[in-house]
Design a protein around this ligand. Structure first.
Ligand code: EPZ
Length: 421
């Protein structure tokens, strides 16, 4: 297994291009199942999760052409020749559940493996399933698979999500575009990835109102056409790299960055000591002086502080000149980076959904283990400022969500390399 070796001490200066959003791509790609005409996506990030979704779509009968080194995906679904999403693919990536809605809407049938949990939580899909039942689907859960049918097609309805689940919102939104009549989805997620999906579906001919608010109204249509859609900038990668010059010192320009994608995070980063300047097509971030100030964080659904940036923020706050409290309200087990940061000398106490971080003068490099995607990058952030060498193992987690992380950080002066074994 590969590992990443970081030697701390270098301030970061330079430019980092921000890629297209993994979490937008993983819901845009299944949308190609809704139409017989091709869906072309541009600004696609080159990540292992995208390859996994490509593998899944091809197993269903899609033709996926990867162009310009993977930056452009042209996905054609003249026919869905196989309606079963197998466990061996779904278990690798939970977002695979996102093929359920489009297949059900297009052909009235879908068999999708239950995704199972992951390191950060049980990750149930009950909201997805109750939403599909509200749309008239008949679901039978057996032998670890969801067997879904809608012989007369999906029927528009009003459904209120018990929790503003991102994945459930995306799955139900996609399905409702081909349902008969009007569907009103209440208490939906408002993340930028939902807005991006709605834009793409509308380009395909869907009739959607309300994206970015808590209520989506979809007027079903008989069929959808093809489209070409540019994937929105990855706000989680953006936030991650905004934090890098604040933890190491220096000044970094994030190309493609927009503050509206990360406003709650930016407010907290400024409170911790960041200076954030916005240009027409980038954000320029630096640190005010040498002090990192403590801040309290509570992760919430958008537009609140994103859970996917909690681990990165914790790495920064380990060096604050005071005590910070981080409350994780979205996932039940998303502090696994804490024990690894403690190995580097951080002073963190975790009690249930709260982590209390007492700032220390410095961190020490150490061998650490990545446990999930966002935990892995938080260890790299800490390693860039720790004294000595930090070796991060299980970096396959990183490859799921961060394109060319070593190249992007070393281009700004980080002392970082990847050792392939
Ligand atoms: C998406 O996951 C993202 N993944 C996650 O990013 C992100 O952390 C999460 O949204 C929250 O913003 C993708 O977009 C591929 P949820 P998703 O459904 O859709 C509970 C990353 O690091 N829930 O909003 O799975 C669930 O258990 C990943 O890029 C139910 O109870 O998130 C969790 O506690 C990690 N029943 C909470 O809701 C359901 O049916 C949030 O889940 C669905 C969810």
């Amino acid at each position: 297994m590969d590992r990443i070796v970081v030697t701390g001490g270098a301030a970061l200066n330079g430019q980092i291009p921000i890629s297209g959003a993994k979490n937008a791509c993983l819901t845009l790609m299944p949308a190609a199942l809704l139409s017989e005409e091709p869906l072309t996506l541009t600004n696609v990030p080159r990540l292992s999760d995208i390859s996994t979704m490509t593998e899944l779509l091809e197993s269903l009968g899609c033709e996926v052409a990867s162009l310009q080194g993977g930056r452009v995906l042209a996905i054609g679904t003249a026919k869905i020749s196989n309606h079963t999403a197998h466990y061996d693919i779904v278990r690798k990536m939970r977002a695979s559940i996102g093929v359920l809605g489009p297949m059900l809407a297009r052909d009235g049938e879908a068999v999708v493996s239950l995704p199972g949990g992951c390191a950060i939580g049980a990750r149930p899909v009950d909201i997805h399933l109750s939403g599909f039942e509200a749309l008239g689907a008949v679901l039978d859960l057996r032998d670890g698979y969801i067997h879904a049918t809608a012989p007369k097609g999906l029927i528009g309805t009003t459904y209120e999500l018990p929790f503003a689940s991102v994945g459930a919102t995306e799955n139900l939104l996609s399905a409702a575009t081909l349902a008969k009549g009007t569907t009103v989805l209440k208490n939906v997620a408002r993340e930028p990835e939902i807005v991006d999906l709605a834009k793409c579906l509308r380009a395909m001919g869907a009739q959607i109102e309300g994206e970015g608010t808590s209520t989506l109204t979809i007027q079903g249509v008989d069929r959808l056409g093809g489209a070409t859609h540019q994937v929105v900038t990855d706000r989680i990668e953006l936030g991650t790299y905004m934090l890098a010059p604040v933890i190491t010192g220096g000044k970094v320009e994030l190309l493609g960055g927009r503050r509206d994608l990360v406003s709650a995070f930016s407010d907290k980063l400024e409170a911790a000591g960041a200076i954030i300047e916005e240009t027409p097509n980038s954000l320029i971030v630096s640190r005010k002086g040498d002090i990192i100030h403590p801040v309290n964080i509570k992760t919430e659904v958008h537009p609140g502080f994103p859970t996917d940036l909690q681990a990165q923020m914790m790495a920064l706050l380990t060096l604050a000149d005071g005590t910070s409290v981080l409350e994780e309200t979205i996932f039940e087990n998303r502090f696994m980076h804490a024990p690894e940061l403690i190995r580097m000398g951080a002073d963190i106490e975790v009690h249930g959904g709260h982590a209390t971080v007492k700032g220390v003068k410095s961190l020490k490099g150490a061998p650490v283990m990545a446990t999930d995607l966002r935990a892995s990058i938080s260890l790299i952030m800490a390693g860039m400022v720790a004294e000595g060498e930090t070796v991060v193992t299980r970096v396959y987690h990183l490859d799921r969500g961060y394109e060319h992380v070593v190249r992007k950080l070393s281009a700004c002066g980080a002392n970082i390399e990847r050792i392939s074994e």
